[in-house]
Design a protein around this ligand. Structure first.
Ligand SMILES: [Zn+2]
Length: 98
């Protein structure tokens, strides 16, 4: 389920502040995908489609790790490899092109 409302905006902004180097536009917390809505000129339909594919991949990763296992693995990878190179992030970015 994708959520675009004010709650999504707050969650995405918190994640964005935790992550200094990259702009965060979506957050997946199983079973929800939170997406912050943007002006169309800033973020067009193609960009939004890619973002939805990216976050949907994270949703599948949550399920792959039986929900409770995802966050420990994700945080561990971000600490060890950095956000951009964390294997779960690399996979989600690949999913954007599928
Ligand atoms: Zn991601």
């Amino acid at each position: 389920m994708i959520i675009y409302n004010w709650i999504a905006k707050i969650i995405v902004q918190i994640a964005d502040r935790l992550n200094k180097n990259y702009r965060i536009r979506g957050v997946t917390i199983w079973p929800f995908i939170f997406i912050e809505k943007y002006e169309p000129k800033e973020f067009n339909d193609a960009g939004m489609r890619r973002l939805r594919k990216h976050e949907h991949c994270h949703l599948k990763q949550w399920e792959h790790y039986w929900i409770i296992g995802f966050l420990p693995v994700y945080i561990y990878q971000c600490v060890k490899y950095g956000y951009w190179n964390a294997p779960l992030e690399v996979l989600a970015r690949k999913a954007e092109d599928e």
